[in-house]
Ligand binder design. Sequence first.
Ligand SMILES: [Zn+2]
Length: 478
Amino acid sequence: MSNPFYITTTLPYVNAEPHIGFAMEIIRADIIARWKKSQGFDVFFNTGTDEHGAKIWQKASGEGIPVQEYVNQCAAKFRDLKQLLNLSDGINFIRTTDPNHIKATEEFWRKCDLRGYIYKKNYKIKYCVGCELEKTESELVDGKCPIHPNQEIQLIEEENYFFKFSEFQKPLLELYKKQPRLVVPDFRFNEIKAFVERGLQDFSISRLKTKMPWGVPVPGDDEHVMYVWFDALVNYISAIGWPEDEAKFKKWWQETGGVVQYCGKDNLRQQSAMWQAMLMAADLPPSKTIVIDGFITKNGQKISKSLGNTVDPVGIVSEYGVDALRYYVARELHPFEDSDYTEEGFKKAYNGNLANGIGNLASRITQMMIANQVSVEISEEKVENQIYINAMENFDIKAACDEIWKIIQKTDQRIQEIQPFRLVKTDLQKGKEEIAYLGRELNKVAVLLSPIMPHTSRKIKEAIAENKKTDTLFPRKE
Ligand SMILES: [Zn+2]
């Protein structure tokens, strides 16, 4: 296969349970991965876990577990998402504690250092442990990080290594001009452009080992460990063999035109400015596209463990099934802006669009086909719906879903109007032709659903091909 496509999620910190926000990110990335695969692309889909850093060290120490053992347990929970969320076969799972990743971070550091982009200086900053980011006074609200109002801002003073981010203002602005689709959606792209235009400050990339013993030692200086950015972000290239496997790296980084990176809006700066500058510093080509998701709130409130209002994707899947969750994050949550989750909203969408929508339509049509001995020839269908194709290519999965549900609605209406179950009694031939037409429409819907709701799509296609009724796809919930 020749047409390579590379897509990745961010690597979540392993110190918390997988949450609904990450479930949304990885399901959306999976939908794009499955879509590209269906279009004949050779797809590399990467995810994994970020396992170094102060938060993880503190948590493991607090629980009295050796830290490697602790991260092994945590990583397993994220690995389980593959099964739980029905993610693509062959998904790559990288851990920042993997030996080959650690080797890559060392080489990446050395390269940036050799090219003059790393230096050591004394350092005093305000710092949010939640974001793992420095905060300027203007970013704080009442002296606290607005994303982590429950955590105290830390004052840090020590000698650290720094990355010369400030030298990349012009090159980044040039990159943004050259790649007008680098960041999706546009309003996020404008946000990062404005941030870079205001001027950039060098950022710290190491910590003293005495303070943060859980990290990759800085090459040539055992007193320091690499701080999150030169460790975690490098996974996007270590996952595809950099620096040792040149052929593999060339295929997935160069022949693809770069990686597609899914992330949440709290990662905008890291992914679309810091990481792009780091790539330039290491003399590597930029990413292709960075897709920025909004946040999910619950009943209008920010979701956080300390507020005790988390939304558990495992619970949703066991109650409603994986395709219901996949549908929900694909269509019911805003593709790019913040969205609110409520249990009632979920149930309403489930009953309205799954039980009564696609579920009801599939059972009506397959029932009519069986009762009237109508079968339709299905060859593996090519997607020709241009609205759907454009939406998928623009990462607007909601718009692609809206197009599917428009067809579902139109087909429902057609059944109401033509009433083929009556028509067969007065004009058998015409009635059968109508039912066959509906069967082909249903199959079309199943093909379009395939990357979004793979189980549902397969069940419908099988029912049509084998001339049987679909089992109740989505039992109504009271
Ligand atoms: Zn924060």
